[in-house]
Design a protein around this ligand. Structure first.
Ligand code: ATP
Ligand code: PRP
Ligand code: MG
Length: 302
């Protein structure tokens, strides 16, 4: 593909592999962004929009977007801060996946119990900037002088192995389920930050003409994200229990209420956050709701 083929197109950066890749492909499919990626090619044209997708390592995406080399991107909040690009990119949308925490970890059986114990020792990480900032504060607080300060060393991956290999007294790395951490005999003693995947755009766009298309794509992706967060809950309720029930299920704007053929009964339809639905159903049963049904959403605009 030559550079002319990209002329005027909105460039949209997507993680080329790793934890965020598959979720991004699902989002693009949900937003009806159609493309066929040829084997090993990292740039591809979208068939039904004036967009080209650029597949990049997640950690390179913040600087590509921040410098305006691409217009839109998906990556983790952690790598945006690590790349020190926070002020050059605008977070358009939180995407609800890639959720994890950047944590300080040490051997479970060892003598180090706190970050104060670890200060002044060796810390291995892929997040040199964030770990450096974090331990600078700890070092300053403990008044550690030059030569006594925490040593931060970079590795590109498999960070959890560093303590067992004798390379580090502690590490700073991402934790989701904690399986990797526990398998390496480590435990967390502090959290540097919480992170999730976000849609970002350049703070100072070089292509203002692309703004309307950015809005359309953002709205479509927001619809897919909302659809994965909510379910539709429908139930029947005696008229005199309605106000109690709608306190439990207020809906996003307001519940939809329709009459049933049976005297004294109403049908309610509302959106409920998926994460809360089990508790909500328990409450509805207690109040006297019947025929409670839950429907997944494929897509929505809310
Ligand atoms: N275990 C995890 N759970 C959830 N999100 C994660 C996890 N690990 C990483 N992430 C998120 O995904 C982003 C990219 O990390 P990932 O490990 O997928 O990239 P990578 O290291 O380039 O790929 P790979 O691990 O395949 O070499 C991270 O910056 C973080 O935001
Ligand atoms: O808490 P968990 O659910 O176990 O997830 C955490 C692990 O996931 C990521 O690693 P990844 O699988 O991307 O491998 P990498 O270290 O080679 O990047 C991260 O670096 C942790 O090692
Ligand atoms: Mg990784």
């Amino acid at each position: 593909m030559n550079a002319d083929a990209l002329d005027g197109r909105l460039l949209f950066a997507i993680p080329k592999k790793g934890r965020l890749h598959d979720k991004c492909l699902e989002l693009l499919a949900g937003a009806d962004v159609q493309f066929r990626r040829h084997h090993r090619l990292d740039v591809c044209l979208v068939k039904n929009h004036n967009i080209a997708l650029v597949f990049l390592p997640a950690s390179d995406i913040p600087s590509f977007v921040g410098k305006g080399n691409v217009d839109l991107g998906i990556t983790g909040q952690d790598v945006i801060l690590e790349a020190q690009m926070g002020q050059y990119v605008t977070e358009v949308l939180k995407l609800g996946f890639g959720k994890c925490a950047l944590q300080v970890q040490v051997p479970e059986a060892g003598p180090i119990k706190s970050v104060e114990d670890l200060a002044g020792k060796r810390v291995v990480t892929s997040f040199e900037v964030l770990a450096g900032q974090y331990f600078k504060e700890v070092d300053d607080r403990l008044n550690l002088q030059e030569g006594q300060q925490t040593r931060i060393e970079y590795v590109g991956g498999s960070v959890e192995a560093a303590c067992a290999l004798g390379l580090a007294d502690g590490i700073v790395d991402l934790v989701e389920s904690g399986d990797t951490m526990r398998a390496a005999g480590l435990h967390a003693i502090a959290t540097v930050l919480q992170t999730e995947a976000v849609l970002i755009k350049s703070s100072t766009t070089k292509h203002p003409a692309l703004e309307p298309l950015i809005k359309v794509i953002t709205s479509r992706i927001a619809g897919v994200v909302a659809a994965s967060r909510y379910v539709v809950c429908e139930y029947n309720i005696p008229r005199d229990k309605l106000s109690q029930a709608t306190t439990v299920t207020p809906g996003r704007r307001a519940p939809t209420i329709s009459p049933l053929e049976e005297e004294g009964w109403l049908a309610v339809s509302v959106m409920v956050e998926k994460a809360k639905i089990a508790d909500v159903m328990d409450e509805l049963v207690k109040i006297g709701a019947e025929d409670i049904m839950i429907f997944n959403l494929d897509n929505c605009r809310v």
